[in-house]
Write a protein that binds this ligand. Sequence first.
Ligand SMILES: NC(=O)c1ccc[n+]([C@@H]2O[C@H](COP(=O)([O-])OP(=O)(O)OC[C@H]3O[C@@H](n4cnc5c(N)ncnc54)[C@H](O)[C@@H]3O)[C@@H](O)[C@H]2O)c1
Length: 249
Amino acid sequence: MSQGKLHPKVAIVTGGGGGFGKGIAATFLQQGAKVIIADFVEDVGQKTASELGCEFVRADVTKKADWEALVKFADEKFGRLDVVVNNAGTTYRNKPTNEVTDEDFDKVFTVNVRSIYYSANVVVPYMQKKGLGGSFVTIASTAGIRPRPGLTWYNASKAAVINATKTMAVEFAGDKIRFNSVCPVVGLNTGLSDLFLGKPENQAKFMATVPLGRGCSPEDVGNACAFLSSEEAAFLTGIDMPVDGGRCV
Ligand SMILES: NC(=O)c1ccc[n+]([C@@H]2O[C@H](COP(=O)([O-])OP(=O)(O)OC[C@H]3O[C@@H](n4cnc5c(N)ncnc54)[C@H](O)[C@@H]3O)[C@@H](O)[C@H]2O)c1
């Protein structure tokens, strides 16, 4: 029997307690990876990890010390860390840009961008020291490549993530540490979907703009992340892969 395309890699999946993150963790486990779910909601993260049969570490991705604790956990438990999926993210509810508050702005840039900064600052030196290469996958959004009204600063945070991912892809290519973004279209009933759509009645109208006719599922995102983290994608770095049923065409 095949061991799966991610065997024997060790992966951290942030925000793995639910939504896309749970789908990513489940797919990675099916593909033979050892998975550490990192989420700041302890009961939900722990419950998901028990259900899936993987590790859980309570971590707030906006805190550098929590990233240091995550790397320590991976090293002590498994002796290696090959993949980081930066999935934890947030938004404010879709609204006119003139109504966005300082708190909204700080929230999206702290959770969506600062978290990537800390993940790289803490994990890249570890991977360089190990010398095994590695893969970072950042969950950006179609919002970062084809922005639409009402989410200006969320969109900008995801564009920042895509740009930082491409920059690090080039900078750390010599260490064989690959950096790629996955850009999902609006999800099917994940935690943030309702906030992106603004009002539930907008859902049907929005889905009609997706050529393949539906929203993005956690399995869609999980499959893209597993591919990008596997040896099948050994020559792929610096890409921003839409997982969007053709919406960005
Ligand atoms: N849902 C969508 O429609 C959609 C579309 C495109 C991109 N995305 C992106 O996909 C990612 C996941 O979205 P989702 O809808 O599955 O979200 P979700 O709200 O269902 O899940 C997010 C998870 O991240 C955790 N989290 C949030 N802030 C955290 C922090 N500071 N530290 C640790 N964990 C934290 C939450 O506890 C939760 O378990 C986000 O980055 C989002 O921007 C979502």
